[in-house]
Design a protein around this ligand. Structure first.
Ligand SMILES: NC(=O)c1ccc[n+]([C@@H]2O[C@H](COP(=O)([O-])OP(=O)(O)OC[C@H]3O[C@@H](n4cnc5c(N)ncnc54)[C@H](OP(=O)(O)O)[C@@H]3O)[C@@H](O)[C@H]2O)c1
Length: 213
């Protein structure tokens, strides 16, 4: 359940652009562990993150609402929504101080109501979209900090969708995807990179779904 969170930023020397990378193990369902991460990042890099990409997420395929215990609901929202809220709060002071920052949440096509996971997964991802839309268009935009979400669907080679077999016969069956294949993790990275490089883009949800709606 632990995730490795890496920060990558150029060296402070103008001539040396070698990235400095540090990895930190954090259970993002723990507010304390997330908050402890930030002093560690500052120790390694001299300041907080310039860019936050909140990617870790939890998904379980429980389609009938009556089968979702409250404990499962709480876990879903703690990992998929509350963690991004705390990560954002903790990232903002440095971004504000330097008047530049990028925040990208990995939401999901499910945030629009579809997807193969249950309604509670959909609701947690819709929460991320609301967070991005609100933060990206209200206060933070005027402070040089953009906030957006990338909403993938059917990305293969992942823990959530290892391969085509895993989704055969579901709404995400490859025969239902207009481009007739699963997406690739590198394609998600391409979109996240574009979002980080494009400061005029904020408060938006970018769907990456092979044409699925
Ligand atoms: N694959 C898709 O088609 C798809 C579609 C839409 C959205 N997404 C979103 O994309 C993101 C990445 O998912 P993925 O598809 O790459 O699936 P994945 O391989 O299962 O990745 C999920 C990651 O989240 C981490 N994680 C879960 N709970 C955590 C916790 N409490 N603390 C720290 N890390 C935790 C997992 O770490 P461990 O492995 O250590 O548990 C894992 O590295 C998720 O937000 C997911 O909802 C994926």
């Amino acid at each position: 359940m632990d995730d490795l969170i890496s920060t990558l930023q150029p060296s402070s020397s103008q001539c040396d652009t070698t990235p400095r990378v540090s990895s930190h193990q954090v259970d993002i369902s723990s507010a304390g562990q997330i908050q402890n991460l930030f002093p560690e990042i500052e120790k390694h890099h001299g300041h907080g993150p310039d860019i936050l990409i909140s990617n870790a997420g939890y998904g379980a395929r429980i389609s009938d609402i009556m089968d979702i215990p409250l404990s499962e609901f709480d876990k879903m929202f703690t990992v998929n929504l509350r963690a991004s809220f705390i990560l954002t709060q903790s990232s903002i002071p440095h971004m504000r101080a330097q008047k530049w920052g990028r925040i990208v949440y990995i939401s999901s096509i499910a945030g629009h109501g579809g997807g193969i996971n249950g309604c509670y997964y959909a609701a947690s991802k819709a929460g991320l979209m609301g967070l991005a839309k609100n933060l990206g268009t209200k206060g933070l935009a005027g402070e040089g900090i953009t906030v957006n979400d990338v909403a993938p669907a059917m990305i293969g080679g992942t823990g959530m969708i290892p391969g085509e077999e895993f989704v055969r016969g579901t709404a995400g069956d490859v025969s239902m995807i207009p481009v007739r294949r699963l997406g690739e993790t590198g394609e998600v990275a391409n979109v996240v990179t574009m979002v980080c490089r494009t400061g005029y883009l904020t408060g938006q949800s970018i769907m990456l779904s092979g044409g699925l709606k």
